[in-house]
Design a protein around this ligand. Structure first.
Ligand SMILES: Nc1ncnc2c1ncn2[C@@H]1O[C@H](COP(=O)(O)OP(=O)(O)OP(=O)(O)O)[C@@H](O)[C@H]1O
Ligand SMILES: [Mg+2]
Length: 656
């Protein structure tokens, strides 16, 4: 129970960690974006364009005030052909009009001038919206393509990593690289990046405009900004802390859920329901409280910023208004009503991005951290790869030789110590020994799931390290201790042995190993879809499918890790027959738990503590009265009695 919780907690803590090497990670992302540089350039242009529309709009509004609504001498009217004063001057000069007509004409001209400015404003907004919509779309498009490539690379890389990597790293951890890390990056690329860039650009640009207009007024108008930054920083730091706690609690909730579901059989078997529910309620409540706390901070942030924003607006109006009433220059420059209007707009636009940038900044940070972890995964070198001069293995004849083989999982702790053996083509080698002796390790060296740390494994006299992995493994069939069945049809599960096999070939393989009787009785026969990991089948049935899978592959070398779990005598006999057919004519290594397999083997190896302590045939070894004899007396004798059909053990077999 604790192991799972701790694991999830570690993942969650890592999830919120800060990036270490920001520059290198961004540069590396840059390489992925490199091929889309033209689109990125277009996006940059669009960002500048849409920001420009935001900066120009306040000026336009200011000019509408100064040039039409409250025309004043000396007003700057860059966006309109003639302002109200010019219009009046023009019509005054026209002597042919009556006073009334003139007033009417002036009014009409002013209205159409104002409408012209309004139309420009609308055009500006529409243009800005179109540009920003386009840039978000383009960024999404680019981001999705980059992520597609990244995801593919990670997925491919994961298949090149050896079993050792998977033994040392938690599955949940690897999964979170592919899911939550990539998701954070996706959000950042799609939204945060553009929002932060254009927000920052907008703020700088607006500040420049304001300072150009009137330095003192600009400083007063922006006097609330430091406060806003402090408030944002404070609230978002607190919220982030609370969110971090909630995320950790959420990890605990998930780990709890997952363990309770995955281990539901154990939970019920040991009547742990009450304890489990109590524990879950505690974790669930802690998660709720952490979230409530986070929510209180995030809810406080927006109103605070809004209040400060209104104070800033009030300052703009009051300071500007006083200067206008007094008809005095403000900090050396004359202030017009239009300037006040423009500043109101500036201040509003300036305040918007502050909150966004503060919040999205975290997003960007965690995306960089996620990127760092993904690149870390991509940089994990596979333990071994094909040697540069590796050749493809020609069709294997089937001699397998171990020459003084040593193997270790951890440096300096050998698990196999000086194994020597030779299997002639077509022989069946049975391997027996106590649990943890190194049997699985030994056979895993043949398809090169691991590399030896000393000595060599030879197939037909060739070191397995000198041939390509693909050609080696394609000629070796493996039926592992606990076969993995996919949530797919029975047909496709068997076909996994050889993907180009026809339906007829699949059925023939199933018939060969006598799996076809039970498959035919399944609701949809070969088209029955299995549950996850083959749920819905008994253990014996699952093994029959795995054996059929190996039979379909028709390998020259076969490795079989027999399941220890006993099946009923009838299935036992079926599997036994299936194995006999499967083993015939191939070099086979069988980690045996069945007496029948051992009896039929050409050679029995007794492995203890990483060494072969005895070798010979079943009868030779029995006669020697050594390690094998002890093993036989403690394990296999019972099977001997069961298959020989004596009454008491027959009864045990039926009830089993
Ligand atoms: N991935 C691994 N990392 C570290 N040590 C391992 C790993 N796999 C196995 N070992 C260790 O190597 C030794 C041999 O393990 P191995 O799986 O070969 O035993 P086995 O003989 O197949 O046992 P069993 O009959 O229970 O399947 C054991 O002590 C085990 O703890
Ligand atoms: Mg094993």
């Amino acid at each position: 129970m604790m192991g799972g919780l701790d694991g999830a907690r570690r993942i969650m803590e890592r999830e919120v960690s800060k990036p270490k090497n920001v520059g290198a990670t961004i540069a590396r992302f840059g390489r992925y974006f490199g091929r889309y540089w033209l689109i990125l350039l277009l996006i940059a242009i669009l960002i500048v364009g849409s920001t420009w529309t935001q900066v120009v709009a306040p000026e336009l509004i200011g000019q509408a005030v100064d040039c039409y609504l409250f025309p004043r001498p000396g007003a700057v009217c860059t966006y309109t052909k003639d302002d109200a004063r010019a219009i009046e001057a023009r019509f005054r000069a026209d002597q042919s009009l009556s006073e009334a007509e003139r007033a009417e004409a002036i009014r009409n001209a002013k209205v159409s001038g104002l409408l012209g400015l309004a139309a420009l404003l609308v055009l500006l907004f529409v243009g800005g919206s179109v540009m920003s919509g386009t840039m978000f779309f383009l960024m999404n498009w680019t981001g999705l393509h980059v992520l597609y490539n990244l995801r593919r690379e990670v997925f491919q890389h994961m298949h090149r990593l050896s079993l050792r990597y998977y033994a040392e790293n938690e599955v949940g951890n690897i999964m979170s690289r592919l899911t939550s890390d990539l998701e954070t990056i996706q959000q950042t690329i799609n939204f945060a990046l553009i929002s932060v860039t254009s927000g920052a650009l907008l703020m700088v640009w607006i500040a420049i405009k304001m300072f150009q207009a009137n330095v003192g007024y600009a400083l007063l108008s922006l006097s609330m900004v430091p406060l806003m930054f402090v408030a944002t920083l404070h609230f978002s730091t607190q919220a982030r802390k609370a969110f971090r706690r909630s995320r950790q609690q959420m990890g605990n909730v998930n780990a709890d859920l997952q363990e309770s579901i995955a281990g539901v059989r154990e939970v019920q078997a040991f009547s742990r329901e009450e304890e489990n529910i109590a524990e879950f309620m505690r974790v669930n409540a802690a998660n709720r409280d952490a979230n409530v706390r986070a929510a209180s901070f995030t809810s406080a942030l927006t109103p605070t910023l809004e209040a400060l924003g209104f104070v800033a607006l009030a300052i703009v109006v009051v300071v500007g208004g006083i200067a206008i009433f007094r008809d005095e220059p403000l900090f050396g420059t004359t202030i017009s009503l239009g300037t006040v209007f423009a500043f109101l707009q500036y201040v509003q636009r300036f305040n918007q991005p502050i909150q966004q940038i503060a919040l999205l900044w975290t997003n960007i940070q965690s995306a960089i951290a996620g990127g760092e972890r993904i690149f870390g995964l991509l940089d994990t070198k596979p333990d071994f790869e094909d040697a540069p001069n590796a050749r493809p293995m020609p069709l294997v004849k089937g001699t397998v030789e171990f020459v003084d083989v040593w193997a270790e999982y951890k440096k300096g702790q050998p698990v196999l110590r000086g194994i020597n053996l030779r299997a002639e083509a077509g022989q069946t080698i049975a391997i027996v020994g106590p649990t943890g002796a190194g049997k699985t390790t030994l056979v895993n060296l043949i398809p090169r799931f691991y590399d030896v740390s000393g000595g060599a494994v030879l197939i037909d006299g060739v070191d397995v390290r000198d041939i390509t992995l693909e050609s080696l493994r394609s000629q070796i069939g493996i039926v592992p201790q606990d076969s993995f069945l996919f949530a797919d049809t029975v047909m496709n599960n068997i076909r996994y042995g050889r993907l180009d096999a026809t339906d007829e070939e699949v059925i023939a393989a199933a018939k060969l190993v006598a799996a076809d009787q039970f498959i035919e009785r399944l609701p949809n026969g070969y088209q029955t879809v299995l549950g996850e990991r083959g749920a819905g089948l008994s253990q014996g049935q699952r093994q029959l499918i795995a054996i059929a899978r190996a039979a379909l592959k028709n390998p020259r070398i076969l490795i079989l890790d027999e399941a220890t779990s006993s099946v009923d005598t009838r299935t036992e006999r079926i599997i036994q027959n299936a194995l006999e057919k499967l083993l015939r004519g191939r070099t086979s290594f069988v980690i045996a738990h069945r007496l029948s397999t051992i009896r039929n083997a050409d050679l029995v190896l007794v492995v203890q503590a990483g060494q072969i302590v005895e070798r010979g045939t079943h009868s030779e070894l029995l006669a020697a009265k050594g390690a094998y004899y002890d093993l036989y007396m403690s394990q296999f004798r019972r099977q001997d009695q069961a298959t020989s059909g004596s009454a008491p053990s027959q009864a045990t077999a039926v009830t089993a």
